[in-house]
Design a protein around this ligand. Structure first.
Ligand code: DI6
Ligand code: FE
Length: 402
């Protein structure tokens, strides 16, 4: 008799297995885990006889893959509530950034924080996400803008992954903003980043990918391309904050470098969407930032569908444009603001989010051999996940079988 660690029965499972139609639903399903991985999954009636020390009846609850938040800036110090007040008084996000606030005010606080302080500040945010069924998260640097602080942010991000049962992917975002000491010299800053900071980060194995903020208030296409060239040489995949506030051709540039994803994309045009489709570059949509900075230009979801660009959804959790630590609320916003379908939203925080991080071989769908990362929900219909606002129907979360 085959031995497994644990069996769940009486479940309705959305496997997200692309070999099955829609969300890959199996009614009256069972799932067995062994060594942290999925040992068996299918209709309960077809389950072989297992020797299992633990059997759990889920009484008809829904099971999805554990959620993945594939775009966050979770590690930083301080907060920007004061800028929120300024914005309520009429200032724009861009105007505050140009006046030396915005990202640079978080850089100041982050540079003054130790690794332990960064971890301590980020833990409540991570715990809020975990409480909603998140089993995987991407965390970017970008509030250091010097080698030491960028490295410290990424070490803090890695530490979070050892302090909590969650999988962490780190992304180096040194090209996020121009630090004050660079005195307006963007090319000089990018040159130093390419020659020193990024190679040092890579040598220490601190980054799983490289990102940049391509925007008028940050870096242009040529500067972004220089960063991506170095990332390629170091064997690191790239992703891009593209076309968030204006259309600088970020989606096209991301596609040209075979980026895993281009993110935000409110101002992306059809050429950009088509280029992404050809390159297999995914769209990561961030409705929390759209909402919080009161953007009015919608990302071209219809064009992504037309060209077959795969769509993921994330919180963009950060102190300036998206102080959001609820992936469930991001899902609600994906529906109400971006008009994504329920299937697109559920896939966007599971299978597609895992794909955006290059994780799809290991997690993101419920298939034999993958990590047993589950979210178990007290809902009648999966549509309840994006439908409710500010309510958490998570019953249990399982990370690597536990
Ligand atoms: N786009 C964003 O929305 C965030 N970073 C970026 O490149 C904003 C980060 C911040 O304001 O602190
Ligand atoms: Fe972001």
């Amino acid at each position: 008799m085959l031995r497994v660690d644990r069996i769940w029965t009486g479940a309705r499972i959305a496997t997200l297995d692309p070999a099955r139609p829609g969300l890959g639903i199996i009614e009256s399903a069972a799932l067995a885990t062994r060594g942290g991985r999925i040992a068996w999954i299918g209709p309960t009636a077809e389950m072989p006889v297992f020797n299992a020390p633990e059997r759990i009846d889920l009484e008809g609850r829904w099971v999805t893959p554990g959620l993945t938040d594939c775009h966050t800036h979770l590690v930083y110090a301080g907060n920007r509530a004061h800028e929120f007040e300024l914005r309520l008084a009429g200032a724009s996000y861009e105007a505050i950034a140009r006046a030396g606030g915005g990202i640079l005010s978080t850089v100041k606080a982050t540079r003054a924080a130790t690794e332990a302080e960064l971890v301590e500040a980020a833990l409540p945010r991570l715990d809020a996400l975990i409480a909603e069924g998140v089993t995987g998260i991407e965390i970017k640097s970008g509030y250091g803008l010097d080698t030491d602080t960028e490295a410290r942010q990424l070490r803090a991000a890695r530490a979070l992954g050892s302090l909590r049962p969650v999988t962490v992917a780190t992304t180096f975002l040194g090209a996020h903003a121009l630090p004050t000491e660079a005195e307006g010299d963007k090319d000089g800053y990018i040159a130093r980043l390419c020659a020193q900071t990024l190679p040092a980060i890579a040598a220490e194995g601190l980054a799983d990918a490289v990102d940049a903020f391509m925007e008028h208030i940050a870096f242009d296409g040529a500067q972004t391309a220089r960063v991506f060239e170095v990332a390629k040489r170091l064997g690191l995949p790239v992703r891009l904050h593209a076309d968030q506030l204006s259309n600088l051709g970020g989606a096209k540039l991301a596609a040209r470098y075979g980026a895993l994803s281009a993110d935000h994309l409110e101002h992306t045009d059809e050429e950009g969407a088509a280029a992404m489709a050809r390159a297999g570059t995914m769209a990561v949509l961030l409705p929390g930032a759209f909402y919080f900075i009161r953007e009015t230009k919608l990302p071209p979801v219809e064009l992504f569908r037309k060209h077959g660009v795969k769509i993921a959804l994330a919180t963009d959790s950060n102190p300036g444009s998206s102080p959001l630590t609820s992936l469930l609320l991001a899902m609600n916003m994906g529906a109400t603001l971006f008009r994504l379908t329920v299937d697109e939203i559920i896939a966007g925080v599971t299978r597609e989010a895992a794909r955006a991080l290059g994780w799809l071989g290991e997690t993101g769908t419920l298939e034999v051999g993958k990590w047993c990362d589950l979210a178990i929900w007290d809902v009648e219909r999966l549509a309840e996940l994006p439908y409710r606002m500010g309510f958490n129907p998570l019953h249990k979360r399982v990370w690597r079988g536990q």
